[in-house]
Design a protein around this ligand. Sequence first.
Ligand code: NAD
Length: 524
Amino acid sequence: MSTHTITTSRASEIVSYDPATGKEIGRVPLRTSAEVREAVARARAAHPAWAAQTFRQRAKIILQARKLILQQIDDIAVLISRETGKPVAEAVSMEIVPALDLMYYFARNASSLLHPQPIDIGQYGLMGRSSEIIYKPLGVVGIISPWNFPLATPLDEVVMALMAGNAVVLKPSELTPFTALRIGEVFTQSGLAPGLLEIVTGDGSTGAALIDAGVDKVMFTGSVSTGKRVAEAAARHLTPVVLELGGKDPMIVFEDANLRNAARAAVWGAFANAGQACASVERCYVQESIAERFIDLVVKETKELKQGDSNAEGVDVGAMSNERQLKIVEDHLSEAKARGAAILTGGGRPEGTAGWFHEPTVVTNVDHSMKLMRDETFGPVLPIMTFRSDEEAVQLANDSVYGLTASVWTGNIARGQRVAALIQAGTVMVNEVVYTHGIAQTPWGGVKQSGYGRTHGRLGLLEMVTPQHIHVNRVPWVADVWWFKYSKEAVDLFRSLARRFTKGSPLQSSLLLPSIWRRLRDRR
Ligand code: NAD
């Protein structure tokens, strides 16, 4: 189970394992560069007919796929859970529910979100001109996705890309190929024409081949190091990229917060999905005056969590998705311990489990010299530090190369909003954690090493289109004053334009009318 790519006598294959048991789930082909190029060519051929359809026609397919997912909800949830190790409850609440909500939202609203947009062009409008932006599909969108939300992450982007009129080639994580293939099956059953959603299973080499195959945009979600390679490869073709990368998301708890809920939120935010969400709470800063009470509550809540097989009932925390990630968690914890960190609960692999389990772990006596507070841990670990003032809290939160999300907990909403605006992150929640990825209407994305570009919401949909500016002159029989001939009078007029027209005041510009009139007359 240490490697997911194997080469048999026939070809290379990807093996998917159940991380809770270590048992093989199945195998899929590792698609070659030639196969990826063929998939992109099929998508390109299918695209024009799809782009010519109305939003209503596209929405019909998306809503049919949504209906099918709802009909197959239990089956799909079990598949997600088997491929990732997460509890079935989380497969439903953190993947299927938000994805279905997003499908409905974009099926219903893509048309108005991408409606041609008139632009106020000021005084040029008085000259009989108008401008608008129309939004055109890009062509073929390449989506490269990770394993932690194997249904929701790629499906959300597939839906946005398709609604915007694109064809899609999806390269899912090598750890979770069957969930992605299931997305493909659902769309085939919903009547999506062949070629519009191609799924190329494989590893990093397949992802690299997809970028080299010349797609029109790359939507990449994954680690910072791979994201940099993706950006470099895309730059060779000048292909635009959205990078949704890692995080080290801080949670700030002020003394006026509702402590019980803040503690429960910290526990859910850090341990949901076994801590393997890009927006997981990875650093918790609590105001010194309430630290003891808060930490007691966090430890108590954590001890009550039930860990076990993802398919068993009542399980809160499942297995981690892979051994490599588990080893990163162990490495961060052992380095922190060696530097004086205190483990209050958890700390290792639970006894009697065969798969890649790690106990939910609460740690104190930590500082920013430790990997645990600097690098993405991506596991069920909650390190807690204290602070004294608002300024110190902000400074600690911003002391990171990452900037995906953050949360601020306070009973004073104005204070929460003020502090939120000072934090360097794509999203800051006041009295909430993690969940806004599930809101279809709001943008998702990071700053600093957490990436660039956005997914979800109107900003995410705009990543799937090319804005085209269309400018119309409704008085085509009048020559523009700035055209040739550059006589002395013309240069004088240009100087007056610089002085008066550029003030944006029609009154000022009207003073230029006599010289404009003379110029038009002289050039006839
Ligand atoms: P990863 O970077 O290892 O892999 C992501 C995808 O990239 C996989 O499909 C992989 O096969 C592919 N890939 C690998 N090398 C490639 C290459 N050279 N060219 C093209 N594609 C290549 O990430 P992962 O371990 O699958 O996912 C975990 C990471 O994803 C974490 O860092 C997490 O924070 C991040 N993540 C971010 C978000 C977000 O929205 N910001 C969401 C989920 C996960």
